[in-house]
Design a protein around this ligand. Sequence first.
Ligand SMILES: *Cc1c(COP(=O)(O)O)cnc(C)c1O
Length: 390
Amino acid sequence: MKKGYFGQFGGQFVPQTLMPALKELESAFIAFKKDKTIQTELKDLLKHYVGRPSPLYFSRNLSSKLGHRIYLKREDLNHTGSHKINNTLGQILLARFMGKKRIIAETGAGQHGVATATAAALMGLECIVYMGAEDVDRQRPNVERMKLLGATVIAVETGSRTLKEAVTETFKDWLSNLSTTYYLLGSAMGPYPYPDIVRHFQQIIGQETRRQILAAEKKLPDLVLACVGGGSNAIGIFAPFRKDLSVRLMGVEAGGRGAPLGEHCSTLAKGKPGIFQGSYSYLLYTPSGQIADTHSISAGLDYPGVGPEHSWLKDLGRAEYVSVTDDEVLNAFQTLCRSEGILPALESSHAVAHLIKIAPKLPPDQIIVVNLSGRGDKDLGIVLAAGLGA
Ligand SMILES: *Cc1c(COP(=O)(O)O)cnc(C)c1O
């Protein structure tokens, strides 16, 4: 496969002036992976700071309810409450390895911003987070968290004042400060080498899962499910199973309020390939070529693009991509709360929702793993407003 590409997807669609920085990042990442001292430091932090390995929990009540052997990969139990810390901790060590003192990041709902600010605080590095002004208003608690952690949050006032404008501003900042600054990108997307870097740091989810399920069941799972926003938690759990063709891989996107463009974020299920924010991948755009508006009940999935490796896995037919609606997601959230005593993130609830939907149609007694990418405390306001818990 051509370097930087997954089939026809991926690449580096950036201004010429950014190319040396991507080249520098690529070489540093290769050296970083070979550096024994730093790998030991990362391993140690993942264990004692993040709390890895995260448990693979046999979901006893959901299993008897749905008639399969269902396991939950508990990324919600990580420090800061989701899988995002795996990536930010890895990349912050890479930034320090490169001698960069200034960290910049984009954030939508604020989860990646918080995980970046956390890692930057730990390493004593300056941290600037770009966030759409609309998101700053909607996600106050995460803005306060980032500030408490010592980060500067810059509200982006352009366009729809959300994530895609925040990404654009972060790239602009990077272009003006290339020698001092590291861009810590939040999902398995953007120009090469970012999709590779983020997959590398997230694949620990799948590596652990593989070991844990073999210990518990003495065989590989029949099905692995994960929600897909940019695609980092999904590629993290999929990657170590990609060559095991007996393992069915399913990515679940946000179906939002329904099928019309503008009402959902089902990029792989309903979009078409195009160039956006540094790479060629599936994308949601209007017939006249404008990036589409999107909607999802979960802010972490509310984005019109997706990482290039997922586009490739979709076209190969190696992974299936489906979507569930906001209502199905709320139902799944409630089901997991009541049956297991776990409040899942609304993002993760998408994967649970699809499992609930297809469970009756699957062959009996399947071994199934759901990646529980994060915890739901952050979503309390939304689920209460939707009438749950009354
Ligand atoms: C950000 C986030 C996601 C979506 O991002 P991916 O890169 O697709 O994993 C999913 N779940 C949680 C809990 C998140 O915070």
